[in-house]
Design a protein around this ligand. Structure first.
Ligand SMILES: Cc1cc2nc3c(=O)[nH]c(=O)nc-3n(C[C@H](O)[C@H](O)[C@H](O)COP(=O)(O)OP(=O)(O)OC[C@H]3O[C@@H](n4cnc5c(N)ncnc54)[C@H](O)[C@@H]3O)c2cc1C
Length: 269
């Protein structure tokens, strides 16, 4: 059971309710996700399953999971955009306040407030706090991101290059070269939510072959035993690509399992 179908969730909601809203496609063009070092480590607009796996990246140089928590940060232009959009949460509508949204007047103020919030969550997070380099690195990250937003090309993480990223992005800004990116405002306020990994469903279990036959430890089919859906090891491995990646293979291999099971010789006791 080394994998699952993943999404990002609001850590504070998860701590409070043991259930949390997911961030399917993070909203906003002047928006980034950074780790505790203030660095981008993923294409923020990539599908939820693919993106969320960044939380599990083991950093051998630091001997830690540097991205176990991620910080989704946006500016006032995103915050005050009145667009109603299914993928807008956790960004509140203008005038709405949410307890999990951290607001800072400047980058320094935002970092201080994020770190204070992390301190209050230490019992649940293994003690993750911002690194001392966070604010300096964040400035550099935002500066580099702004250059990508102006050119329309995310040289680091290819943001906005696939159709689902555009389709699930919302309207975007008039005149944007790449509708998933826009430069951050120079001045605050700036906003942040803390994200962690959440599970939609498990996808480990016995392996099957292309006939949907369950394989034994010797990699040979176990006679008469078939599997499909979330109870077998995902045929996609770690990949998902987009919505339908659970139901599509489940239907396909369920169908194959039915066809092949029906053609099994009748067994006599
Ligand atoms: C709200 C929601 C939205 C989703 N949206 C999407 C989407 O847009 N695209 C997508 O691809 N996936 C989506 N999914 C995921 C997808 O629905 C599941 O991954 C998929 O249905 C799993 O199929 P399954 O056949 O493996 O399991 P299930 O559909 O859970 O079927 C298992 C069946 O086994 C039965 N069962 C359990 N125990 C026993 C027992 N002991 N004896 C007999 N029967 C038993 C259950 O009653 C159930 O009918 C969504 C899931 C949810 C909850």
């Amino acid at each position: 059971m080394s994998h699952a179908f993943w999404k990002q969730v609001l850590v504070e909601q998860a701590v409070r309710n043991r259930h949390a809203s997911g961030s399917w496609l993070p909203y906003g063009d002047s928006m980034v996700q950074v780790n505790k070092y203030g660095r981008r480590v993923v294409n923020e607009k990539s599908p939820y399953n693919e993106r969320s796996q960044i939380h599990f990246h083991w950093n051998p140089s630091k001997r830690e999971y540097s991205n176990v928590l991620m910080f989704m940060i946006w500016d006032e232009t995103v915050a005050s955009n009145p667009e109603e959009w299914g993928h807008r949460p956790p960004v509140p509508m203008p005038g709405e306040t949410m307890p999990y949204v951290i607001v800072g007047a400047t980058w320094e103020d935002l970092a201080d407030k994020i770190d204070a919030r992390l301190a209050s969550l230490e019992a649940h997070t293994g003690g993750v706090r911002l690194d001392a380099s966070f604010t300096d690195n964040l400035r550099t990250t935002i500066g580099r991101f702004n250059e990508f937003a102006i050119s329309g090309v995310d040289v680091d993480f290819n943001r906005g290059e696939t159709p689902i990223e555009i389709d699930w992005n919302g309207a975007g800004r008039v005149g944007s070269v790449n509708p998933t990116m826009a430069p951050f405002r120079a001045d605050g306020p700036f906003y942040c939510v803390i994200l962690g990994a959440g599970v939609l469903d498990t996808n480990g279990g016995p392996k099957i072959n292309t006939k949907a036959q369950v394989l034994g430890a010797d990699a040979q089919p176990i006679p008469g035993l078939y599997g499909a859906g979330n109870c077998i090891a995902s045929i996609n491995g770690q990949a998902y690509w987009g919505p339908g990646a659970t139901i599509g293979p489940a239907l396909t291999y369920g169908y194959l399992a039915g066809i092949n099971a029906a053609s099994e010789p009748i067994k006599k006791l």
